[in-house]
Design a protein around this ligand. Structure first.
Ligand SMILES: NC(=O)c1ccc[n+]([C@@H]2O[C@H](COP(=O)([O-])OP(=O)(O)OC[C@H]3O[C@@H](n4cnc5c(N)ncnc54)[C@H](OP(=O)(O)O)[C@@H]3O)[C@@H](O)[C@H]2O)c1
Length: 197
């Protein structure tokens, strides 16, 4: 049994992931409103979380907010907010938490299909998800002690009705299938991978 931290565990993706991992692991559920409180856009909050719940075998993130607007309406502030929240928020899990991850442990980030396919209003999300997938590819070559890192990159979720009109003709993926990709990342042997779901 592994001790697994799931950030964003009360969300659509995170809820399915935490439940799937809890079938065989000890799961610590965290978010801004869960029992274990953390705000990934604040590195001090991330550091304090790791001090409270570490050491861990796996760190899983299912959180990260990006603004969706037509490109002429996206401001520098919008891009900064997306990068500070979803990119730097997840990278802070490595900078603030690596010392609390046991040998052979792992990190699993959330990105999304917009890293490789565009939609109207999705320019900031494409930049953010693309940056994270490149980080994962590179970080995997340098993480010490056999620590692995992967990303899960889903298309729009079947359960995310509100998003469907923005993803015309895109495949819908059930949250349970996204959760399986996280289980593969945590319990498998791969590193530097982006699991496209
Ligand atoms: N839904 C889809 O179809 C889809 C497809 C591809 C990729 N994604 C990506 O998957 C991720 C999750 O999406 P979702 O649909 O599951 O969203 P959601 O249902 O809104 O859940 C978001 C989760 O993240 C937590 N959270 C948000 N900001 C946080 C912060 N600053 N610090 C810590 N926790 C935070 C929320 O809890 P609190 O409010 O309690 O903090 C909640 O648990 C997003 O990055 C999204 O871009 C989603």
């Amino acid at each position: 049994m592994k001790k697994v931290l799931v950030i964003g565990s009360n969300g659509l993706v995170g809820g399915a992931v935490a439940d799937a991992l809890a079938e065989s692991h000890e799961v610590v559920r965290a978010s801004r409103s869960e029992d274990e409180r953390v705000d990934i856009s604040d590195p001090a909050s991330v550091r304090e979380l790791f001090e409270r719940v570490g050491p861990l075998d796996a760190v899983v993130c299912c959180a990260g907010v990006v603004p969706f607007k037509p490109i002429e309406e996206l401001t520098w502030e919008d891009y900064r907010a997306g990068f500070e929240n979803k990119v730097l928020g997840q990278i802070s899990l490595v900078t603030e938490g690596l010392s609390q991850v046991r040998d052979g442990g792992s990190f699993t980030f959330i990105t999304g299909i917009l890293a490789r396919e565009p939609i109207a209003t999705g320019a900031a999300a494409s930049a953010v998800n693309g940056a994270l997938e490149s980080f994962v590819m590179a970080a995997a070559t340098e993480l010490p002690r056999g620590v692995r890192i992967n990303a899960v990159s889903p298309s729009v979720l079947s359960e995310a009705d509100g998003y469907h009109p923005f993803f015309p003709g895109y495949p819908h993926v059930p949250a349970a299938e996204v959760a399986r990709a996280y289980v593969r990342s945590v319990d498998g042997v791969e590193t530097g991978k982006t699991f496209r779901v």
